[in-house]
Design a protein around this ligand. Sequence first.
Ligand SMILES: [Zn+2]
Length: 243
Amino acid sequence: MAETTLTGEQTQALRDWIEESGRVRALQHEAKQTERLERLRALAQEHGEAKAALEQHTQTHQEHATAARAAETRADDLRARVTRTETKLNDGTGLTSRDLLSLQDEIAGLQSTIEEVELEEMEELEAADAAQAEVEAARTKADEIAEEGRRLQQERGSEGERIAQELTAHQAERDALLQRLPANLHPRLRTEGDYPAAAVVTTGACGACGNQLSGMSADTYRNLEAGGLLDCDDCGALLLKTV
Ligand SMILES: [Zn+2]
């Protein structure tokens, strides 16, 4: 490329092309929306965890509610037995005093069991209430995460559109500048690689890959007149001498 020297107007066009290309590359990177995508992935994970917690708390609530109902049924049965035994006792027909004592003991025993079962029922109801509070909290959290996810998705969509529009405009601008440059440079300037296809040298370093020019390349570059071109030894970028 050393034999090609651009005219003043072409030099300005390539300088502008390099700047425009920088904007295009920045927008292409921005279009990936890497951070937003990572945040979305993290939110999906958080949402999954919140849903699992919701399921777990719902199950815990159901277990305690079922246990509370079972205790209530048992207490009802016991109370019915007390009523039957009391009826028998009050009737007293054909009962000896020993029978009466035995029935009284039975009632006392049943009532003591009823108290235990009632206490158990109360504890299960309290545990069910606590689990219900956890269910509400987990549901709120899952909803909030889902809402945040929807907001981010929307943002991603609108940002994507904005970036795409800007990108199209800058690409068109860059293409227009390309037309003002010698045709033999077009293929390499159109090549999209890891590094920009052309750059200027800044403080002895290639503006595309950032590496310092070797001593020999630096000498060659120094001796170029404005509009002169050199290839970067490391990344192959077309280096433009501007002054
Ligand atoms: Zn380079």
